[in-house]
Design a protein around this ligand. Structure first.
Ligand code: FAD
Length: 440
């Protein structure tokens, strides 16, 4: 038997993009259903309990005092994030700390660059930030090599963009890089969610439910329905039942490719489908999670330069001891392949990340117990799209939107980018679709 349900807005997926949109729309009076195929919410901003350790499914560090915190305040959700200090940097085998102002110069000096080289790079950066953004289509690496041939300087940029934007200096457009720096407006502040990253998703889900919305977990969307190029809802399966949900607006958090697949023959615009294939390039990364008796270094976050693939090591328990059993520590190591054009070999990436950890931290094997090793690709990537290669939030089907990290605005990455898409789409629905659909 086919069951039926109706709502004003159906949100496909409970990642932070979907929940951001759902929370805003619910507080504005829309009746929202969030359909999530997994038993837990949050997608790649969630938590898996592993021997008492709050292991990540994606997000480790959360930007504070930016768009994410603003959204939580706007919808009245708890933002229980404890701020962490600035990261440290591993340069030439030494851990360095740099001040929040003038830090880039000091990093380059620590890498062995002389004052003239540093000056040349800093002048070029100032010009690109405040005068003319360099030509689009030029890779950051090529642009930098006009001003320096110092391998230490290149390694610093490599570590920064690889850890934060999940891409390499030779694959990131210099234009996208400076858009990102402009959006940052100075030093980024971040922290860790006290209850694990899932607690952020739970806060937003609570807002949805408190305003009459529903979160359906273990509910898979099988097809998005449309008629005459206008979305009509979706067919889902939940607890062995097939349910046809009618909704005048559908917001998909599943990633643009999966959205297009689920929309079946609804998308008639073949140029859009071709763009989807050619433009989108997912960020594939590796994350290893370890249990430790003692912290490995005296900071919560270390950016690693000069390693083969390892780019960042987090110790969230230095800030939130709640993430591990009492007296113990969780360590998360992240890496990205040096060449995203080559086929991603997950086994090799994990081995390389382990080898880097052993090379960088003597005695690492005897101090750390591996809890989880994961490569993030396919339907669960680092990001659905590399920065600067995102698709539009609107699909060719009227009232079918994408949110999430495949449609980030230029200059954004990770969670802030994802939340920005949720806000953007929700505001569009509140403004325009209220008239189009007759919703409250
Ligand atoms: C290892 C790793 C570390 C990261 N670290 C950070 C970090 O420290 N800071 C940061 O800001 N960002 C980080 N990121 C990036 C960040 O995790 C993502 O950008 C963000 O969480 C993605 O959110 P989203 O809303 O786009 O989608 P997702 O979180 O992927 O949510 C999509 C949801 O849709 C559901 N879904 C899919 N298909 C269906 C269907 N057919 N029916 C029903 N439900 C469906 C999925 O189950 C999922 O729950 C990291 C990512 C990874 C992988």
């Amino acid at each position: 038997m086919n069951h039926r349900a109706h709502c004003d807005v159906l949100v496909l997926g409970s990642g932070m993009g979907g929940l951001a949109a759902a929370a805003l729309l619910a507080t504005d009076g829309f009746r929202v259903i969030v359909a999530e195929k997994m038993p837990r919410i949050g997608g790649r901003c969630s938590t898996m309990d592993y021997d008492g350790f709050k292991c990540i499914t994606g997000v480790v560090g959360v930007e504070t005092r930016g768009v994410v915190q603003e959204l939580f305040e706007r919808v009245g959700a708890d933002f229980d994030v404890r701020e962490a200090g600035p990261p440290r940097y591993l340069i030439n085998g030494r851990i360095c700390q740099v001040p929040s102002s003038g830090g880039m110069k000091q990093l380059m000096m620590a890498a062995g660059a002389d004052a003239m080289e540093v000056e040349a790079v800093m002048n070029a950066i100032t010009g690109a930030l405040h005068w003319r953004t360099p030509t689009a289509g030029v890779p950051l690496g090529d642009w930098l090599r006009q001003y320096t041939s110092n391998p230490g300087i290149m390694e610093i940029f490599q570590a920064l963009v690889s850890a934060v934007l999940f891409v390499n200096v030779n694959e990131l457009s210099v234009h996208t890089y400076f858009e990102f720096l402009r959006k940052l407006k100075g030093i980024q502040r971040f922290g860790y969610a006290l209850g694990g990253s899932i607690s952020l998703a739970r806060s937003l889900a609570r807002v949805v439910v408190d305003h009459g919305g529903e979160i359906w977990t273990r509910c898979r969307v099988n097809a998005i329905k449309s008629e005459n190029n206008i979305v009509r809802g979706a067919n889902v399966s939940r607890r062995g039942k097939s349910i046809s949900i009618t909704a005048p607006v559908v917001i998909s958090n599943a990633g643009p490719r999966e959205t297009a697949r689920l929309a079946e023959t609804g998308i008639k615009d073949h140029y859009y489908l071709r763009e989807l294939e050619q433009r989108m390039s997912p960020a594939m990364i590796t994350a290893l999670q370890f249990a430790m008796d003692e912290p490995l270094f005296e900071s919560n976050h270390l950016l690693v330069t000069g390693a083969q693939s390892l780019n960042a090591v987090y110790q969230p328990t230095m800030v939130c001891p709640e993430w591990a059993p009492e007296g113990r520590h969780l360590l998360v190591a992240g890496s990205a392949p040096r060449n995203v054009q080559e086929p991603f070999d997950g086994k090799y990436e994990i081995e390389q990340c382990l080898a880097d950890l052993s090379a960088v931290f003597p005695g690492f094997e005897s101090r750390a117990k591996l809890l989880l090793a994961g490569t993030f690709q396919g339907g669960w990537p680092g990001m659905h799209s590399l920065p600067g290669r995102d698709m539009d939030m609107k699909t060719p089907v009227i009232n079918l939107y994408n949110v999430g990290d495949g449609v980030k605005p230029l200059g954004y990455t990770g969670l802030p980018g994802v939340v920005a898409t949720g806000i953007h789409v929700a505001e569009e629905v509140m403004g325009r679709n209220r008239i189009l659909t007759g919703a409250p």
